[in-house]
Design a protein around this ligand. Structure first.
Ligand code: ASP
Ligand code: MG
Length: 817
């Protein structure tokens, strides 16, 4: 080919023409196309080149059709391939009719129909389309043609170029570009047309005989820099769904920062370590002294962009935390010198490699994506089976030039050393520190490490389970205190759940009108399926508020802890579960180092746990606690006398929300036993249900019937209660329902719940209805007890107590680092 363009034209091209690239997801539907057209008119110069990928998931669709056809070849059933091809045709034609009209519509549609008739012919066994690369090429061809047509329709001078018409390469696993001939071809096509925007197909090129070749999956970034370097352009802009390169993957990590600049070596290292931002080959053709790659958001054009260029002299800092969930280790016998040499010379460099001399082993870590390739390669070079593959590993890496000199290096080392670290190493150029972990990665871990590295405010995601009285009261309290709560950490409510429905949003719920929003947005869910998902919520820490009374929730505490959540409970069921369950919960809690607060389970908002912990931490020993632990019982008995029916009091109390939903929980003393167990366990005693001596107020024949019926038959308890009252009065006393436990001299615990007769003048006989009282004897308080009393129930005080637990959790977590 002879050069038809003048030197002056070539210089003008190099000076003026820049390259832009849009990926498939930027062209997924008509709306996206219009946005891209707008960017091309407003942010690209009049002679710029625009490289495009296939629209949406077209490449994947094409691959699926090819697969289905191949299967059809074996089974003689092309049904699937037909269906998929019809869908693709419909998608492409839909784009065309949505975007174009008039003559332009007619001509593009005509061309497209011709293409598809070739496809149908191919499916039927015809030979018009020869090979897989040719089939794949259509994706890019269609998007380039359509975007050019759309621009033309908008009155802009535009045309499209099939890259196979100029980009020539020799076939190889990664096609080898013939630079000179490709440059001439491109210049000949564009130089004479200053003032025309050309849309160029990404991903594809051709061999010297005109056969289609592809540049590898996601190869359009590479196409863009290739085209840019052919014309010696100063800038290639890669337009993405995200604004530039961030300090971590913004889909997984919260509060990432976008990086204004990145040095070539950092960008390259990042791509090599599997960061989804740019394909590793993108950097190959670049003239690093001249070109800059700008990575920019097509959704938010105004956002900051990242400029990748020659910036190696800037102060070294850790820039990007990057992660790979699935890493394979290839373990090779060091004594097989030939095989080791083959590994060392392999083009595909490992993430890191190292030797363990004592065991005669070398390790090469690769991303799982490369496993098939490596396996096939090993089949050729490892005839003696001296290499084995180990899976179940993950990688975390921190990228930045001269990483060892940065402040973040130490932080990173510290953080990964707390994980199941298999190996930590610097990459040879000191552009990254890489950690291979023998464990799964989750987003919570990424978020934690990211915020340690980049010193962000730490975040806490709150899952609220239970939206009854307490849940509602706490949510309104939270709304009122939100600013103050957020001072220590960035706290967000990520979900509100009842037993069947959840309203979940990892970005944080907007709590205005939350009741209505819940009605509208909540969806059915399974708690057991939700929990393993939660570690992906992008927060440093997560807490579950159990504001239910549900055994089902309490049973899942081990699973919540094991998935990284802290727990705050108003629910007594876990703290008062039987000894074996309780110790399982505690074991798992400790193993996973989670916090568990449950101050409101006894005495609601009363600062009982603070007093007990404080005494114990200061060296005192608790000897006994007795009193009226139940606000319900307190209310019932303080209002009870010979003139009123006990059953009327129970009804009244239920209506006022003072009883458990089923008042039998109170009457059978279950609720009090639970509190007693929780208190005893809180001070380190071992106590189980069977160790407690209980006098229930609930006659056995009423225990099992449905709640409605029970409420009707409630008066059946009145006679017995009146007898009790009369009996107490004989000695000038009144009945009260007391709970107590005491550590005996032999260190066993005596615990009892039941009616006792109290002299009428005694403090216990003169509480305000609903008041709780805890009488505490200790080594120090042995002549006169420490007494804590006050309201022991009610949604406001309970919500306040939950908030107090949350405050405690926040200060604990904020201190943690
Ligand atoms: N369309 C091609 C692919 O999906 C190239 C690209 O998107 O960069 O792999
Ligand atoms: Mg793509």
């Amino acid at each position: 080919m002879t050069l038809e363009v003048s030197t002056a034209q070539i210089e003008a091209v190099a000076e003026q023409v820049q390259v832009h690239k849009f990926g498939g997801s930027s062209l997924a539907d008509a709306y996206c196309y219009r946005r891209v057209a707008r960017i091309v008119t407003e942010y690209a110069g009049a002679s710029d080149l625009v490289v495009v990928s296939a629209a949406g998931d077209t490449t994947n669709r094409i691959l699926a059709i090819i697969d289905a056809k191949e299967e059809g070849d074996e089974t003689d059933d092309f049904g699937m391939a037909e269906v998929l091809l019809k869908q693709l045709e419909k998608y492409q034609h839909g784009l065309i009719t949505d975007l174009l009209s008039g003559d332009i519509l007619t001509s593009v549609m005509e061309a497209s129909k011709q293409d598809f008739s070739r496809w149908w012919n191919w499916l039927a066994g015809g030979e018009e389309i020869k090979n897989r690369p040719e089939l794949l090429s259509y994706g890019e061809l269609w998007s380039a043609r359509l975007l050019a047509a759309l621009l033309q329709q908008q009155g802009i001078r535009a045309d499209y170029i099939d890259a196979r018409s100029f980009l020539v390469a020799d076939d190889a696993p990664e096609p080898l570009i013939r630079v000179e001939i490709s440059r001439e071809g491109l210049l000949n096509r564009i130089a004479p047309h200053a003032g025309t925007r050309f849309i160029v197909t990404g991903f594809i090129c051709s061999d010297p005989n005109g056969r289609s070749l592809i540049l590898g999956r996601n190869g359009s970034d590479y196409s863009a820099t290739l085209v840019g370097s052919l014309i010696d352009s100063k800038q290639v802009t890669i337009w993405k769904d995200v604004a530039g390169v961030y300090s971590a993957d913004p889909r997984k990590v919260e509060r990432v920062v976008s990086l204004p600049i990145l040095d070539w070596r950092e960008a390259e290292e990042l791509a090599r370590l599997g960061s989804p931002v740019l394909h590793p080959r993108t950097f190959q053709p670049v003239n690093r002294e001249r070109m800059v790659i700008a990575v920019r958001s097509s959704l938010k054009v105004e956002n900051q962009q990242t400029r990748i260029g020659q910036y190696e002299d800037t102060e070294p800092t850790g820039k990007v935390l990057t992660a790979l969930a699935d890493v394979v280790l290839f373990r090779v016998d060091l004594r097989d010198a030939k095989l080791i040499e083959a590994f060392e010379e392999l083009d595909l460099t490992p993430l890191i490699s190292w030797n363990e001399i004592a065991q005669h082993q070398a390790y090469y870590a690769y991303h799982q994506n490369h496993q098939d390739y490596m396996t096939a390669w090993l089949e050729q070079v490892d005839s003696k089976n001296n290499a084995s593959q180990l899976t179940g590993y993950a990688m975390l890496a921190l990228v930045g030039n001269r990483i060892q000199e940065t402040e973040q290096f130490g932080v990173f080392k510290q953080e990964v050393s707390e994980q199941a670290l298999r190996r930590l190493a610097l990459t040879p150029d000191n552009n990254a520190v890489v950690a291979i972990l023998e464990q799964k990665l989750d987003n919570r871990l990424l978020n934690r490490i990211h915020s340690q590295l980049f010193n962000h405010r730490r975040s806490l995601g709150v899952l609220v389970v239970g939206r009854g009285n307490i849940g509602s009261a706490w949510l309104s309290l939270y709304r009122r205190l939100r600013e103050r709560i957020n001072e220590q950490m960035d706290v967000r409510i990520i979900g509100i759940l009842n037993s069947t429905q959840m309203w979940l949003d990892y970005n944080g719920l907007d709590l205005t009108d939350w009741q209505d929003q819940f009605e509208r947005l909540a969806r059915p869910y399974e708690m057991s399926q939700l929990i393993p998902e939660l570690p992906n919520a992008p927060y440093d820490e997560l807490v579950m508020l159990d504001l239910t009374d549900a055994i089902a929730v309490a049973q899942l505490y081990p699973s919540f802890f094991a998935n990284g959540l802290h727990i705050i409970s108003a629910n007594k069921r876990a703290g008062a579960s039987n000894e074996s369950q309780y110790s399982e919960i505690r074991t798992i809690q400790q193993e996973y180092q989670r916090e568990w607060y449950y101050n409101t389970t006894v005495g609601a908002g009363l600062p009982l746990n603070y007093a007990l912990n404080d005494l114990r931490n200061s060296g005192d020993t608790i000897r006994s606690i007795s009193g009226i632990f139940s606000g319900t019982m307190s209310w019932l008995f303080e209002n009870f006398n010979s003139e009123v029916n006990f059953s009327d009091l129970v009804r009244d109390a239920k209506q006022r929300g003072l009883t458990e939903p089923d008042p039998r929980e109170d009457l059978s003393c279950q609720d009090i036993i639970r509190k007693l167990l929780i208190l005893a366990r809180e001070i380190g005693l071992r106590l189980d249900w069977k160790d407690i001596d209980v006098d229930s107020l609930l006659p056995e024949h009423l225990a099992e019937i449905p709640l409605d019926e029970f409420m009707q038959r409630l008066p059946e308890i009145d006679e017995g209660m009146q007898d009790l009252y009369a009996d107490a009065q004989k000695t000038g006393k009144v009945p009260r329902l007391l709970a107590s436990f005491a550590v005996q001299d032999d260190d066993t615990v005596r615990a009892r719940v039941g009616i006792e007769y109290i002299p009428e003048g005694d403090m216990l006989a003169n509480l305000i209805p609903g008041e709780n009282i805890f009488v505490i004897y200790t080594d120090w308080y042995h002549e006169m007890p420490l007494v804590i009393s006050g309201p022991g129930a009610g949604k406001e005080v309970t919500a306040g107590g939950v908030q107090s637990d949350l405050n405690q959790l926040l200060s604990r977590l904020a201190k943690a680092k």
